[in-house]
Design a protein around this ligand. Sequence first.
Ligand SMILES: [Zn+2]
Ligand SMILES: [Zn+2]
Length: 229
Amino acid sequence: MTRTYDLQVHTDASPCSNAAPEAVATTAVEHGLNGIAVTNHDTLEGVNAVRTAAPAELTVIPGVEVTTSQGHLLALGVDEPPAPDDPVAVIECVHEQGGVAILSHPFDRLRQQYDTDLGAIADAVDAVEICNSRCLLSRDNDRARAFAHAHGLPTTGGSDAHFPMEIGRAHTVVEGDRPLLNALETQPAEVVARGRGGYFSGHIATKAHQLRESVDRIAGFAPGRGHGR
Ligand SMILES: [Zn+2]
Ligand SMILES: [Zn+2]
């Protein structure tokens, strides 16, 4: 049995995304995915909305993309969002909750990246995202792949979709009938990351989204973000 998951999807519960939960669920099914992880920035919000919108055949994995003191970290299968902290502390918090911790676009030079304590982080983490479709520089995904292989870590792919059109651009293929999170933890050979990075269109959509929000705010149509409201 082969199943395909996109392990990093944002919804409009992230300030930088306008993806409605219904559109996320519909697009994931249209793109032939068996499941998605809903991973908004530092919050579990959005997970239940996608679950409600999803048909029974689409697995919805609860997740958070945690902002650590270095790079971003995907916390899958957690009940509470880990507090932003140093990477090893965040990973420990994920494990205390029985979740799976995955380094998210770990060496993306255009976004937050990991640059110190890499050995300790590799020892603690469960897997490394080596295909992130929003990594514009393919060498950054290549470096993540080399890091995972050097440390014997399982690899994953995720689109990092902030808009529905991006869903499935990178994904994780799981062979066999073991549950996904289980397969990730103990059977690296069953998990294959596929897809490619370097898609500009997602970033362009993000800029357009930010511009629209700014215009709305200036025009008094929408509550400001980052103003304590
Ligand atoms: Zn974002
Ligand atoms: Zn990220």
